[in-house]
Design a protein around this ligand. Structure first.
Ligand SMILES: C[S@@+](CC[C@H](N)C(=O)[O-])C[C@H]1O[C@@H](n2cnc3c(N)ncnc32)[C@H](O)[C@@H]1O
Length: 425
């Protein structure tokens, strides 16, 4: 995996100017994009895009199209398409818990994840930041484990988890006995010393969609002679106690010490890795774009009227999203406690002009954001490789797989670490 990391680090570094920047503060027009000089043909193409084209482009970023776009930039990005992936073969499980309102998409995710697990697991697991513990229950129903400890700091989720009722697999036990024997729910802050104790008490840990410092803790505490299996699906890398990213593996530490050797990452850049929306409806996308254009138009109008020191605008309520540009500007002015007179004095032609300017500005800004977004999965892959290598540094055997389609969840990367040094229970 070292070689895999180095190759990918190299390609991501060589495309740093395409994602490692901050639109607005570093550049605010397409021609100023840090990548404009190296990809003039893309600049030309993007200049011809209208808002519908951008909506289509943004849609494509959710799935394979963004990978295809990357591969046209450099064939080395093909590694992202080639990540091990197996379609779910057994999707039969429905209504597995009597009184659970488990969302269809969550159900699909968990089943796909279970389908990608190692053949045998230790009989007892720890589900780290497990919410209601759906995964543990599914694992037991699928007869992969016998029992689970589920920790989460949200007492409501824990109580809702305790109240769940599995389908009755074992006719000798009633539902209360199953709950009593099979599941131990605990309200616990994953960052507390007691939670570390829990990590050390269990041989098999699942941390699914645990944010930044929460899954980081599992990796930091992992010990090859204590832990047999770790299954981690990382999430929200930017939600960490650290402002600047500290690489976890020795190799990443070496290659991210300076901007000249590679790149450094801060919270803003880390956010990119998980800044992925699932498909927004066409109508919501249109409303979002319209609101963004209106804000930019209003910004220009403010400058025209001599208000130069206003940089923060209120957001538009649902009702305001249906207003026309003039009405929106008056609402903004009122929310900012600006005197209405200059805004009322503007003619319809003025409003038309600033509305048009807003759309033009939006078309300049969208590509600066969207180009960064093309690199979301690449950054996420790099961060996952860093986590894999940190576990390899500790002596684990590690696999990185995609456990489901991007459409089911964009956080579809899963790290499985196994230790053969660990004695069997
Ligand atoms: C994205 S959810 C994932 C839940 C579950 N693993 C799943 O896949 O459905 C993240 C969970 O982490 C929990 N959480 C956040 N911070 C925590 C902390 N410091 N200690 C324990 N749990 C925490 C939240 O309450 C939430 O249930």
């Amino acid at each position: 995996m070292d070689r895999q990391f180095l190759e990918f680090h190299d390609v991501l570094t060589s495309f740093k100017s395409y994602w490692h920047y901050r639109p607005f503060s570093q550049c605010s027009a397409l021609d100023e994009a840090p990548w404009a000089q190296s990809s003039p043909q893309i600049v030309d193409r993007f200049k011809r895009f209208n808002l519908d084209d951008w909506a289509h482009f943004e849609d494509g970023l959710v799935g394979e199209e963004s990978l295809d776009f990357l591969i046209t930039l450099d064939p080395r990005f093909k590694v992202l398409k080639d990540l091990p992936f197996r379609k779910l073969t057994n999707a039969s499980q429905v209504d597995f818990i009597h009184n659970a309102k488990i969302k269809q998409r969550k159900n699909e995710q968990l089943l796909a994840l279970i389908d990608h697990l190692p053949q045998s697991l230790p009989p007892h697991i720890l589900e780290w930041c497990g919410g209601k513990g759906f995964l543990s229950r599914l694992l037991r129903i699928e007869q992969k484990i016998q029992s689970a400890t589920i920790i989460d700091w949200d007492s409501h989720l824990i109580q809702a988890g305790k109240d769940l009722r599995d389908i009755d697999l074992d006719t000798n036990l009633n539902i209360d006995q199953i709950n009593e024997l099979a599941y131990h729910y605990e309200v616990l802050d994953a960052m507390s010393p007691q939670a570390v104790e829990r990590l050390h008490q269990h041989q098999c840990i699942f941390a699914i969609h645990a944010c930044g410092c929460l899954h980081r803790r599992v990796i930091e505490q992992a010990q090859v002679n204590l832990h047999k299996t770790l299954v981690i699906a990382p999430c929200c890398y930017h939600l960490d106690t650290l402002d600047e990213y500290e690489p976890m593996s020795k190799i990443a530490q070496k290659y991210t010490q300076s901007e000249t050797q590679g790149f450094t990452l801060n919270r803003y850049l880390l956010r990119l890795a998980t800044q992925q929306r699932t498909h927004a409806s066409e109508r919501r996308q249109v409303l979002r774009q319209r609101a963004a254009a209106f804000r930019l138009g209003f910004e220009q109008l403010l400058l025209h009227l001599g208000f130069t020191d206003i940089h923060q605008f209120p957001s538009l309520s649902r009702a305001q999203q249906r207003q026309n540009f003039r009405e929106v500007c008056l609402s903004f002015a009122s929310a900012l406690s600006l005197h209405p007179q200059p805004f009322q004095a503007c003619s319809d032609a003025d409003y038309d002009r600033f509305e048009r300017l807003g759309h033009e500005r939006l078309l300049q800004i969208i590509p600066l954001e969207q180009m960064r977004h093309v690199f979301r999965k690449s950054l996420e892959y790099w961060l996952c490789l860093d986590r894999c290598l940190a576990l390899i540094d500790k002596g684990f055997d590690v696999q990185l797989t995609q456990f489901c389609d991007l459409q089911v969840t964009p956080r579809n990367l899963m790290i499985t670490a196994q230790s053969y040094a660990c004695s069997t229970p």
